[in-house]
Write a protein that binds this ligand. Structure first.
Ligand code: 6CS
Ligand code: FE
Length: 314
């Protein structure tokens, strides 16, 4: 079995201090970097803040079609029986549907939108594939939020994503405003890796996708990160695009407003950053949460801190 170094140890028994990320933020260089579509200024902003916002990236009409599809899926009783449909912690309301690009041809095509692929190549400096897709539905009055986390911390420990060479796109399908539980990001936090404490149980996703308790940074880290960078919650009409680096700290609050807040979420990973066995030692999460089937990942193992080797999923 091939052993893999764990450069970002997390889910630890003992606390470990945050440290600066070991990976680049923008991977393309020279002519590829200058070829666009992102301008030099946008690339610098992404490097500094860890996210970019594009107002009205998609037209109102396109977004209406996405929203119509999404509403159809959230009313589909057959779909609701599938494990990839995550319901709210209390009640049967839909919270997320994973693998939407496998369910919907329109969303599948959307992941291959040329402009999005060009942005992905410019940021990641390679070909890419979709690591995860989902839609999040946060209905008015009852929709609940997500605790503070870095997606990379989860994808590294629970999915075996080795390095930070990945980003997320959130396509707003309804208006996001200060009242309906928008995404809250900490500018600059992507430059730090914050190891968390705790041990990850088998099938943690069944719990964490409803209410996340593991993988949440300590309060001191959140104080330090927000003291340095503050918090920003991008607002905008349907069709706005929020692009954020995989290690940018974020959360979102409950939606107590009457207005639903829904978005589509695509994660682009570099083909040079394929998944290994989960670094936390559990069995891999399902394919609809973390794409690995086409990657021939079996036989890859993670070398864990303090342990010489880890078999596939202990
Ligand atoms: O576990 C995951 O992969 C996911 N969880 C959160 C809270 N954000 C990103 C990702 O979809
Ligand atoms: Fe997240």
């Amino acid at each position: 079995m091939q052993l893999i170094d764990d450069y970002y140890p997390t889910r630890l028994e003992e606390p470990k201090e945050r440290f600066e990320r070991l990976d680049p933020i923008v991977y393309s260089e020279g002519a590829q970097q200058r070829s666009g579509p992102l301008s030099e200024a946008q690339l610098r902003e992404y490097e500094e803040k860890g996210f970019l916002v594009f107002d009205s990236f998609f037209s109102e009409q396109e977004t209406q079609e996405f929203l119509r599809d999404m509403e159809g899926y959230s009313k589909d009783a057959e779909l609701k029986k599938l494990e990839q449909v995550i319901t709210e912690p209390t009640g049967r309301d839909i919270r997320s549907i994973f693998g939407v690009h496998k369910i919907s041809e329109r969303f599948d095509r959307l992941t291959r939108n040329q402009q999005l692929l060009d942005i992905a190549a410019q940021l990641l400096g390679s070909d890419v594939y979709i690591h995860q897709s989902r839609m999040n539905v946060k209905p008015g009055f009852t929709g609940t939020g997500f605790n503070w986390h870095s997606d990379f911390e989860t994808w590294h420990s629970e999915d075996g994503m080795p390095r930070m060479r990945c980003f997320s796109l959130s396509i707003l399908l309804t208006e996001n405003n200060e009242f309906n539980g928008p995404l809250q990001l900490v500018p600059g936090s992507h430059k730090w890796f914050i190891p968390t404490q705790g041990s990850t149980p088998t099938d943690n996703w069944k719990e964490s996708l409803k209410v996340q308790t593991l993988g949440v940074p300590a309060k001191e880290d959140l104080f330090a990160m927000t003291r340095a960078g503050g918090i920003e919650a991008p607002k905008g009409p349907p069709g706005t695009l929020v692009l954020f680096e995989c290690n940018t700290l974020h959360c979102s609050g409950n939606n107590l407003s009457p207005w639903p807040r829904s978005n589509l979420f695509f994660v682009y990973n570099s083909v040079e950053n394929r998944l290994h066995a989960p670094y936390c030692g559990t069995r891999p999460r399902p394919e609809f949460i973390a794409t690995r089937a086409h990657q021939g990942w079996e036989g890859l193992g993670a070398k864990l801190p303090g342990k010489v080797q880890r078999t596939a999923f202990g």
